[in-house]
Design a protein around this ligand. Structure first.
Ligand code: CUA
Length: 144
């Protein structure tokens, strides 16, 4: 049974949880003024940063109509944490044959992780219609 005291405690816990999880306004770490994406580190110099033994952070931008960096090379077995944002409109970020498939919203950093166990050339595609150049919006990751 949930008495008045229990209910009050429940509400207090909900509030604490909301603050702790940042459910209210997103922090500055997660949002960037879209117009300033290309001058905001680390997105001013998109690319790979090694963060572990065979683990990388990939900071990328998706824009009309391409991705930066245009080509990335990683060693076989590398785990890559993708962090992607857009300076203009909504784009998609999909790597076929992996579980990577998310939307990229202007100024918002979307993240996902994949371990590339098989060597080869992996395509990164935009799968959200974003304008006249949408069909050619792609880049590659080379795993070797
Ligand atoms: Cu970017 Cu479609």
């Amino acid at each position: 049974m949930l008495g008045a005291g229990g209910l009050a405690l429940f509400i207090v816990l909900l509030c604490v949880n909301a603050f702790a999880m940042g459910m209210a306004p997103p922090s500055n770490m997660e949002m960037i003024d879209p117009e300033k994406v290309t001058e905001t580190p680390p997105f001013d110099k998109p690319g790979l940063k090694q963060v572990g033994d065979n683990e990388y952070d990939a900071y990328m931008t998706a824009f009309a109509f391409g991705f930066s960096p245009t080509k990335m090379e990683i060693p076989v077995g590398a785990t890559v944490n993708f962090h992607v944002t857009s300076p203009d409109v909504i784009h998609g970020f999909q790597i076929p044959e992996t579980n990577i498939n998310f939307m990229v919203l202007p100024g918002h950093i979307s993240s996902a992780t994949h371990t590339f166990d098989k060597p080869g050339e992996y395509l990164i595609l935009c799968n959200e219609y974003c304008g006249a150049g949408h069909q050619v919006m792609a880049t590659t990751i080379i795993v070797k």
